[in-house]
Write a protein that binds this ligand. Structure first.
Ligand code: ATP
Ligand code: MG
Ligand code: MG
Ligand code: MG
Length: 567
């Protein structure tokens, strides 16, 4: 914990009047200007004294609540061997998101982006019987992801601080309980942090597993969009909004849709014959129903599909999924569906594409004007190309649960909880001895909080045009004491600072000489400590001014009353 009393005359702090040129978001601008963080490289940040204190306060709250929930703190390495990630396939699946390195002997390593593999190994080593479970482990540790677009300061870093925890249970019911404990701990954490947050359904993506929810902090700077139903309370990341499938009609009006009744794999010849076109034809839209499923390949605008090329992709269509490298120009899976408006749509999922974040769900599209891909965060998940005009779920789209019109909002993902199930336990053969003496496969959960991101999210939600404006528990001090004059006033300010610190109040005192009161006030507002105490002209009469940073309210009070109020 930082010292109770900090003197600005000695603090390494340089505030800036101008916004950094590259800063796009409020938190980025203000955290840099107020001297909390300093950019070291793209997505890599140095935490300066005030910033480190705020980060530490967030960390402390997270730690207290994780401990209270019964989780045990550990610390795993960030530098990890390749093999366990090879075992689960994530060495490949993560693509360019992974920082990879080689040691002097030529062995491959990575910098951990998340630690499911290593925790599974730890528990396999440490826990052998059902009596050793359930166990919940967590760490607060630096993570590494070579994000395609590190931006917004510490909101999206390539190096960032995460609290990640993992639960290990022997039954689905126990897993549900560990998940519930985490969910409740997260609500307490974000409430204590003073973060306005929503819990929404999410996609599990590369993490695998079934149930998954995100904690989102509504903010304009957020890169996520969530849909929210004012009528029934349904809330989901737009990535996770799934509309019920409807049976296909012939929404496109192109070759009338008929059942293609060929046993086995459709060939280009049977297709062409069925459609009454030469096998060399190109078609604007094609809908195919295979094995009882609609497999639709739609082409936006007047693009055409070469039947000959498509044929290669139809071969595996008997298993519903069609590879469509030619269609998208990249390795992808295509799945057909019929969208909420009864329109034929396509679903794409890019494979091993560095521009696609791991965990990106199916990108779905409906053939209505200007809507060819849904549920993607454009620019984050991939670059828009000419095939894909991007639209997300639109406001007013029917709520999948009750049909009322959905609302959409931007938000920052601050936490994510998953019921992983047995994916990792299967990969590593993680069993414990059960009550009956037989081995039981362990089931897992994984739970993350973006600790450094939470600092930026808080700044986004609480700052105003004057600067940062921290909630009490997170602020680097309880009181910012401004010595607005010289000599006697500075003496009084320092004396007051000592008294407050002795009473347990965290004080930041601006005792700088040669700095005008105006500059001190501007800095105090920029730095964002919740209460500002001014020792100025009134000091001669034993009066000081108490200001509320958030409301701007000012009140002149006797020194003793101020001490009493603050202590
Ligand atoms: P995002 O969708 O923003 O890329 P994610 O879904 O990839 O995040 P998770 O794998 O769920 O992230 O990681 C758990 C938490 O770690 C996230 O909820 C988020 O708060 C935080 N986090 C993830 N990536 C970053 C990053 N690049 N910088 C800062 N915090 C991050
Ligand atoms: Mg990500
Ligand atoms: Mg995410
Ligand atoms: Mg996530």
């Amino acid at each position: 914990m930082a010292a109770r009393l900090q003197r600005m005359s000695r603090l390494m702090l340089k505030t800036l009047r101008e916004d950094p040129a590259d800063a796009e978001t409020l938190s980025h601008r203000l955290l840099v200007r107020a001297g909390y963080v300093r950019r070291t490289a793209a997505g890599i940040w140095t935490w300066l004294p005030l910033g480190k204190q705020v980060l530490e306060n967030v960390t402390r709250i997270v730690r207290e609540e994780m401990d209270a929930a019964g989780a045990q703190e550990v610390l795993l390495p960030a530098l990890l061997p390749r093999e366990p990630y090879e075992t689960t396939g994530r060495w490949t699946e993560y693509g360019e998101l992974l920082f990879r390195l080689t040691d002097r002997k030529g062995a491959d390593y990575l910098l951990g982006p998340t630690h499911e593999e290593i925790f599974t190994q730890v528990v396999k080593d440490q826990c052998t019987s059902y009596k050793d479970l359930p166990v919940m482990l967590y760490q607060i540790q630096t993570k590494y992801r070579d994000e395609a677009r590190p931006r917004s300061g510490v909101l999206r870093g390539r190096e960032f601080l995460m609290k990640d925890s993992y639960s290990f249970d022997t039954s689905d019911e126990e897993l549900a309980e560990s998940y519930r404990l985490h969910r409740e701990a997260y609500v307490r954490i974000f409430t204590r942090l003073g973060l306005d947050h929503r819990i929404v359904s999410a996609v599990s993506g590369a993490m695998g597993g079934s149930a998954s929810e995100e904690f989102l902090a509504p903010a304009a700077a957020g890169e996520d969009t969530f849909a929210d139903c004012p009528s029934c309370g349904y809330a989901a990341n737009t990535e996770a909004v799934t509309f019920p499938l409807k049976p296909a009609g012939n929404p496109l009006g192109h070759p009338p849709l008929q059942e293609l009744d060929t046993p086995g794999t459709p060939t280009i010849e049977t297709l062409a014959e069925h459609l009454g076109v030469p096998a060399s034809a190109t078609l604007k839209n094609l809908l195919v129903k295979v094995d009882g499923e609609i497999t639709a390949v739609g082409v936006p605008g007047d693009r055409e599909v070469d039947l000959g090329k498509l044929a290669e992709h139809l071969a595996p269509a008997t298993v519903e999924l069609v590879t469509a490298e030619d269609f998208t120009g990249r390795p992808a899976l295509v799945r057909g569906y019929v969208g909420p408006q009864g329109l034929a749509g396509i679903a794409l999922r890019y494979l091993a594409d560095p521009r696609v974040a791991p965990g990106t769900s199916w990108i779905t599209g409906a053939n209505k004007p200007d809507t060819h891909a849904r549920n993607v965060v454009c620019g984050r998940d991939f670059e828009v190309d000419e095939y894909l005009d991007v639209a997300t779920v639109e406001p007013g789209d029917p709520c999948p649960s009750c049909g009322a019109g959905l609302r959409l909002d931007r938000a920052i993902e601050i936490g994510h909880i998953f019921q992983l199930g047995r994916k990792y336990a299967d990969a590593f053969g993680l069993d414990v001895l059960g009550r009956d003496g037989k081995p039981v496969r362990v089931t897992m959960g994984s739970y993350g909080i973006g600790v450094s991101r939470a600092v930026a999210a808080l700044a986004e939600q609480t700052a105003d045009d004057k600067g940062l404006c921290w909630p009490d528990e997170v602020a680097p001090a309880d009181v910012h004491l401004v010595a607005a004059g010289r000599g006697a006033q500075t003496e009084l300010a320092l004396e007051l600072a000592d008294r407050l610190a002795a009473a347990g109040v965290r004080v930041l005192v601006d005792d700088r000489t040669g700095v005008s009161p105006g500059v001190k006030f501007t800095d105090a507002e920029l730095i964002g400590v919740p209460r500002i105490l001014v020792v100025g002209r009134g000091a001669a009469q034993g009066l000081v001014e108490l200001r509320d940073r958030r409301t701007g309210e000012r009140e002149e009070v006797p020194v003793e009353a101020a001490v009493e109020r603050l202590a």
